[in-house]
Design a protein around this ligand. Structure first.
Ligand code: SAM
Length: 256
């Protein structure tokens, strides 16, 4: 499909996003559906429209990056994080750096902040929260959620960490202060270093195997010795030892 190939190289030049590194069939289907919905018969006319109409470009970016998320997504995994992984990481260390990579609208880094405050109050914890998509980061920084988004949170936690305003729930500053939100492309930008825990969930599924291998390699490097990478529930790493990682619990890998 040469027209599509031309389209993605023009997108790379314009936006710096390399769609070659995302699974092709899935990505092409998503973009084609959107293009057809907006009435463009081919990729060339769609690209021209994207370069002239800001709202169209915004919609395109939103569609590329599926932003679905929730507080404590897959709660059983978070239970393991709290009961097994964090005690391990905080045993000798009184300071922690956590990286929530591809954090979407912020539910994941805020869940981490709540977990640390509630269970490890003596640990000085800073959380770096990054995503490719500026729009979701804006929402994350704002930290205002609908009641529905908080349905899994116990009432005591809601009361303690959120201020209710006209049916919306706003995260309190004590949590916000722990988090630094930043735009970051996992496929192109420099990674942080000496990270104790990387939480990177439900984004790697969109990438090709080659792109995944590069990301795992770089995450392995970003972790400090014995640091842990927490991945999503469909994202087991094939041959983790290739990246100096060791499986210690399902979906948790420790740097060796
Ligand atoms: C499904 S959400 C995952 C949110 C959260 N980690 C979770 O598990 O609930 C996927 C996120 O990955 C982000 N994303 C997609 N491509 C990315 C890239 N190349 N670099 C960084 N983030 C990316 C999207 O913007 C989106 O917010």
């Amino acid at each position: 499909m040469p027209e599509y190939i031309d389209f993605i190289s023009r997108i790379k030049l314009k936006l710096g996003i390399d769609l070659n590194l995302y699974k092709e069939t899935q990505m092409r289907r998503r973009i084609t559906t959107l293009r057809n919905k907006r009435g463009y018969p081919d990729f060339s006319s769609y690209f021209t429209a994207l370069t002239t109409e800001e709202t169209l470009l915004q919609e395109f970016l939103d569609r590329l990056t599926i932003n679905v998320t929730e507080f404590y997504r897959n709660p059983k995994r978070w239970d393991i994080l709290q009961k097994r992984i964090l005690p391990l990481l905080t045993k000798q260390n009184k300071q922690m750096t956590i990286w929530s990579a591809a954090c979407s609208t912020g539910e994941e880094p805020y869940s981490l902040a709540i977990m640390m405050k509630e269970n490890f109050p003596n640990i000085a914890c800073r959380i770096i929260a990054t995503d490719l998509d500026e729009n979701v980061l804006k929402k994350a920084k704002q930290g205002t959620y609908q009641a529905q988004a908080l349905r899994e949170l116990p009432p005591t936690i809601k009361k303690k960490y959120f201020a209710e305003q006209q049916g919306m729930y706003k995260i309190k500053d004590t949590l916000k202060e722990m988090i630094r939100f930043k735009q970051h492309n996992l496929l192109a930008d420099a990674y942080p270093s000496d990270v104790d825990l990387i939480v990177c969930r439900n984004v790697l599924i969109y990438f090709t195997d080659d792109a995944k291998a590069i990301i795992y390699h770089r995450m392995g490097k970003a972790l400090r010795q014995s640091g842990v990478l927490f991945v999503g529930s469909t994202e087991q790493i094939f041959s983790p030892t290739n990246y100096n990682l060791d499986l210690i619990e399902t979906f948790f890998y420790q740097k060796v």
